[in-house]
Design a protein. Structure first.
Length: 114
């Protein structure tokens, strides 16, 4: 687990992959390309999706729709505890995109508005 701090909330725990890309300044370990590929091929843990959802402050259903994951599939993945490689890739790409938006806009709130 990684930690980040938000001025209004104090320390918040967020998951490894999502933390690395959504909050680059909080990353203590950047995965190598090989590590990232291996994580995606294996399928990310479902908690990575929920960490992204919590970081964005949106509902899980809304995020799943944005990522192209059907509600029925989302329910199955939650029970299985793991995303498939294609879904994992989308989660990582979206987390990276949000991380870049935060970097450019200098605020997580501003990035959420986009």
């Amino acid at each position: 687990m990684k930690y980040r701090t938000t001025p209004e909330q104090g320390p918040v725990v967020i998951s490894d992959v999502v933390a690395t890309y959504m909050v680059p300044s909080a990353a203590t370990h950047w995965p190598t390309s090989g590590e990232l590929i291996a994580s995606i091929v294996k399928g990310l843990a479902f908690k990575e999706l929920t960490a992204l959802q919590e970081g964005l402050g949106v509902s899980l259903d809304k995020l799943a729709g944005t990522l192209g994951i059907a509600k029925a599939t989302l329910s199955r993945r939650k029970v299985q505890g793991r995303l498939d490689p294609e879904e994992s890739d989308r989660v990582v790409r979206f987390a990276r995109l949000m991380g870049k938006a935060v970097e450019v806009l200098e605020s997580q709130d501003a990035a959420r508005q986009c």
